[in-house]
Design a protein around this ligand. Sequence first.
Ligand code: MN
Length: 236
Amino acid sequence: MSETTYVFAPSPVYSLPIRGSNVRFPVKRIFCVGRNYHAHAVEMNRPVDKASMSPFYFLKDASTTIESGATVPYPTGTHDYHYEMELVVAIGAEGFRLAEADAEGMIYGYCAGLDMTRRDLQLAARETGRPWDLGKDFEKSAVFTEIVPRSELGILKHGSINLQVNGETRQSSNIDKLIWGIPELLADLSQFYHLQPGDLIMTGTPEGVGPVQVGDRITGHIDKVGDIELNVGAAE
Ligand code: MN
């Protein structure tokens, strides 16, 4: 049997460490939930009425993945580079058209994430009805900690989520404030996609988003999940 040969080396597999394990979690797709905490939806001037609205999603390419602790260059094309601290669900099974009761078996584990955002480009796109890709899906914009297996955590329903810039608290909330909780998100997203092992779901950020500058150190914490860190380096 002859091996496939390629004109150039295929893309690497992006992956994350798993707590207590020496194997890694290969990242497939990164789904991001928009406006999933009321106070953040209000600060973005887009309040959410759960009775009449559904969650919405955007994606980041797996190649935007970067591990907690990194220093990333201040990204090109923006003057308003923002942090968004988020609980991330790591999918470990295949699932399509799930019921909420099926959600727990889909979850491999959890990690903390930063949905780094070029806010000026995102808002310009939003106001003109254009896609958000330039604002959201850019290199090194998806920051993740190691994954904590679900085993003893079950479906996370509450726990502090907070973020500091240079030690000063900017975001402080609780995941019990998620508008759409984890079972609802998995049930909804799986109406539109065949969920796959390796998919990550960034569940949305609480209020207090804001800009960072070159030299800033971002830290964050989610109870039972972990601590994240990102350093902002000079622009390339
Ligand atoms: Mn986000």
